[in-house]
Design a binder for this molecule. Structure first.
Ligand code: C2E
Ligand code: MG
Ligand code: MG
Ligand code: MG
Length: 288
């Protein structure tokens, strides 16, 4: 269809695609060479208990900055790492960096680490991560591995891998729940400890009663399953108050803290002044 369209839109589309392809080419070149860790950095975002106004955990979010390439968000370069078979190496580098830079457990908090379904499927990879974590002086109980449902290539294998690590004390969160591939028929089969409600749910929480109904239902699901629930993507005080009214306690989002340096996140965790962690929830200004 793009071919038949005349005019500048075709050109813009072509340029963008071209740039994406070039970026991908460059990324593929660097990501598969030894020393790629140099281009990897991590941003850290607090997870907040809104009842006590305390930070209870920190999520590590990967960034890619290689020369001659625009800084890439996690979603883009993780997909490339997966497609070129470098995922295990990249996850190892991310986890090694995170436990070194951000010892959240030292302040009693949990470190949340996103992993790919490909990692979960390979026993040796998970064992390697576990060893890296324990050798950094962290007890498994202070780690939460975040997985997404899209990543569950083989549910049986994922479940057995999660059980195995769970027995050692590691915990698992189901990330982005409610988006894309989420399925009620699957969630109860997964041995998870935490459910993270996708930010897309929150966008309309202030204006749309049906959106609130959906969030409330997922929170109730988490309660019934006896797992913790983190509401992601909270960008305003109003959103946080609506989520709290629906029973949410753990939240994460720009409103509380943006992804930042390990130092900032660790300061938020230890309750030091100067962190941009909002103190408590604001008063709700809207009716209903
Ligand atoms: P995620 O784990 O669900 O992370 C949340 C994403 O939302 C992050 O984007 C974060 O920066 C962003 N975010 C946080 N608060 C807000 C908010 O209030 N509003 C909005 N609009 N966005 C917010 P990011 O860092 O670009 O990561 C995107 C995804 O890439 C992550 O989604 C995760 O699935 C994946 N990812 C990130 N780091 C890693 C990693 O180290 N390994 C793997 N395998 N995947 C990762
Ligand atoms: Mg996550
Ligand atoms: Mg998420
Ligand atoms: Mg996400």
């Amino acid at each position: 269809a793009a071919k038949q369209q005349a005019g500048p839109s075709v050109v813009v589309y072509g340029e963008r695609l071209d740039r994406q392809l070039r970026n991908r080419q460059k990324l593929l070149g660097t990501i598969s060479r030894p020393g790629f860790e140099e281009y990897l950095s991590l941003a850290y975002q607090p997870i907040v208990d809104t009842k006590s106004s305390a930070c209870v955990g920190i999520e590590a979010l990967a960034r890619w900055n290689s020369p001659g390439l625009e800084s890439l968000g996690a979603a883009e370069f993780i997909a490339t790492a997966e497609s070129c078979g470098q995922m295990h190496e990249v996850t190892r580098a991310i986890v090694a960096k995170a436990v070194k830079e951000c010892p959240a457990w030292e302040s009693g908090g949990s470190l949340f680490l996103n992993i790919s379904g490909r990692d979960l499927m390979v026993e040796e990879s998970m064992d390697f991560l576990a060893t890296t974590i324990v050798e950094a002086g962290c007890m498994p109980e202070h780690i939460v591995f975040e997985i997404t449902e899209t990543a569950l290539i083989n549910v049986e294998a994922a479940v057995s891998s999660m059980r195995r690590l769970g027995e050692r004390g590691f915990r698992f969160a189901l990330d982005d729940f409610g988006s894309g591939q989420s399925s009620l028929s699957r969630v109860h089969r997964l041995p998870i400890d935490v459910l993270k409600i996708d930010g897309a749910f929150i966008e309309n929480i202030v204006d749309d009663p049906r959106c609130r109904a959906a969030v409330g239902t997922v929170l109730e699901l988490a309660r019934q399953m006896q797992v913790d629930c983190v509401v992601e993507g909270i960008e305003s005080g109003e959103q946080s108050v609506h989520a709290a009214r629906l029973g949410a306690r753990l939240m994460q989002g720009y409103y509380f803290a943006r992804p930042s340096s390990a130092l900032d996140a660790l300061q938020a965790l230890s309750g030091m002044p100067g962190s941009n962690l909002a103190a408590g929830l604001p008063q709700l200004r809207v009716a209903g």
